[in-house]
Design a protein around this ligand. Structure first.
Ligand SMILES: Cc1cc2nc3c(=O)[nH]c(=O)nc-3n(C[C@H](O)[C@H](O)[C@H](O)COP(=O)(O)OP(=O)(O)OC[C@H]3O[C@@H](n4cnc5c(N)ncnc54)[C@H](O)[C@@H]3O)c2cc1C
Length: 448
């Protein structure tokens, strides 16, 4: 079977290696030509230098199919992440996306049967309802199977499939990477990926990566113009100094910045299945996987997990269905609807309600609580952790929180609200960021 995979991101590379190990020829095509020395100005992946945490499921997927990639990541300086207070329980991987993709890409390059090719795929070619390959910069590449792993911004198969559900999630990010100084101790953590603190109006996080590199991140409602000054480097740096959980990791004796301040692009919650508007498989021999199926607000760091879970399932189904691609596609679509789509629905509910609360509204007890509020309520009743913990680790689906919905409602009805961590209120943060950003602008104008 000749397979073409569009996109050399985590989904495309993982799938390519696994398919080639089953004896097939695979060509992976991406418009990006790969890393340039130590740095990688990655085309087509705006989040490349934004913080990533790789969950336990990603580790499991690598260990099951390509354990040498897992060991290569550790050799490259990535660190296995433990569940806080449970040393030895694997929670995922502390690693930059740069390091993750570099190691996975090297494995694909070394894999017999895989060819990496640079180019832009213009269209999927087909004859009599069946995919015959792709057009790459005007040239035909023939294939029996085309896998679209073109990610959240890929447009290749959009016109062939029914429109995506969802849209912008309404939350914006700014982040920056730092190198911890020699001998500087680690700061406090409260999450497997590092630290997260949520305030009424914004959230802040620290992500641990490989080689003593960390990222800080501040997220706000996209419509919150007062916090827009966080996008300015001086505004972001001042905000980072003002939020104790971020300052504990990035003070001048602790760390030095190694990237510019990185304002994020648009963030989506979107879901798009395999079928066309008429409910049929778009093209026999064309299967879409990864972010091109499901994209979720990265606040919960689920994207590479939902992508590699898809890749694993797809590989299994290709084995089961052989050359019957239509049956394989339909089975994959059903599996994604059952196992991947709930994470999209979960985030839509969570984000819609979070933005409502960030704009000053209280918890709405007339409707089911979103998952972030149910999770927070476990601070008031730790017994809820038996349900909340597996959901947080994506070991049980979002529907599992239904078992503690009533208990969480009771907690909020009693007047309890999640405690606010030490640090500036939204209004104070806006004033700090705006003052720093305008002082820098005024200073620059004065100097000019
Ligand atoms: C700000 C941010 C932070 C995130 N943080 C996390 C996190 O902490 N943990 C986590 O698990 N997930 C995170 N994610 C999600 C994660 O980045 C995605 O789930 C992941 O990139 C999906 O991989 P993919 O291979 O499906 O697509 P991508 O990584 O988007 O790769 C697709 C590739 O296909 C190429 N391509 C597309 N169309 C064409 C074409 N026509 N021709 C040639 N090439 C093409 C693109 O250029 C790109 O290289 C985050 C996302 C964002 C936006």
């Amino acid at each position: 079977m000749r397979t073409v995979i569009v996109g050399a991101g985590p989904t495309g590379l993982y799938t390519a290696i696994a398919v080639a190990r089953r004896g097939h020829d695979v060509v992976v095509i991406d418009r990006d030509s790969g890393p340039d020395g130590e740095w990688w100005d990655r085309k087509g992946v705006m989040q490349f230098h934004h913080p990533h945490f790789f969950r336990r499921q990603v580790a499991d997927a690598l260990l099951a199919e390509m354990p040498e990639v897992w060991h290569g990541l550790l050799a490259a300086g990535a660190q296995a992440a433990a569940v806080p207070d449970q040393p030895g329980v694997l929670a995922g991987l502390h690693c930059r996306r740069l390091t993750f993709e570099r190691v996975l890409r090297s494995a694909a390059q070394a894999q017999p049967g895989v060819t990496l090719r640079t180019g832009h795929v213009d269209e999927v070619s087909g004859r009599r309802g069946r995919a015959t390959g792709v057009r790459v910069d005007g040239h035909q590449v023939d294939a029996d199977l085309v896998i679209d792993a073109g990610g959240r911004s890929g447009r290749l198969t959009r016109a062939l499939r029914a429109p995506a559900e969802g849209g912008e999630c309404g939350i914006s990010y700014v982040s920056r990477q730092y190198q911890l100084l020699p001998g500087a101790p680690y700061g406090p953590v409260n999450m497997p990926f590092g630290v997260m603190v949520t305030y009424p109006g914004y959230l802040a996080a620290v992500f641990l990566h490989d080689n003593r590199i960390v990222s800080t991140l501040i997220a706000r409602a996209s419509a919150d113009r007062q916090l827009a000054a966080l996008r300015a480097p001086a505004g972001f740096d001042a905000a980072t100094r003002a939020i104790p959980a971020l300052a504990a990791w990035t003070g001048p004796r602790q760390a030095r910045p190694i990237t510019p301040v990185l304002p994020g692009g648009r963030l989506y919650n979107s879901y798009r299945g395999q079928r066309n508007g008429a409910g049929r498989v778009a093209l026999d021999g064309l299967i879409c996987a990864g972010d091109t199926v499901c994209t979720t607000n990265p606040a919960a760091g689920r994207g590479v997990t939902t992508s590699l879970l898809q890749a694993q399932r797809l590989i299994g189904l290709l084995d089961e269905h052989g050359g019957d691609f239509t049956s394989c596609t339909l089975a994959f679509d059903r599996w994604c609807t059952e196992h991947i789509r709930p994470w999209f629905d979960d985030h839509v509910h969570w984000d819609t309600d979070l933005i409502r609360r960030w704009s000053g509204h209280d918890v709405d007890l007339t409707r089911p609580l979103p998952s972030d509020l149910i999770v927070a309520a476990a601070q008031a009743d730790p017994q809820m952790l038996t349900v909340v913990g597996p959901y947080l680790a994506m070991l049980t689906p979002p529907s599992s929180l239904g078992a503690v919905q009533a208990r969480a409602q009771e907690i909020y009805a009693s007047g309890w609200r999640p405690p606010t961590p030490p640090g500036p209120s939204r209004e104070e943060l806006a004033a700090i960021a705006t003052a720093a950003a305008s002082a820098r602008t005024a200073g620059t104008q004065h100097a000019a």
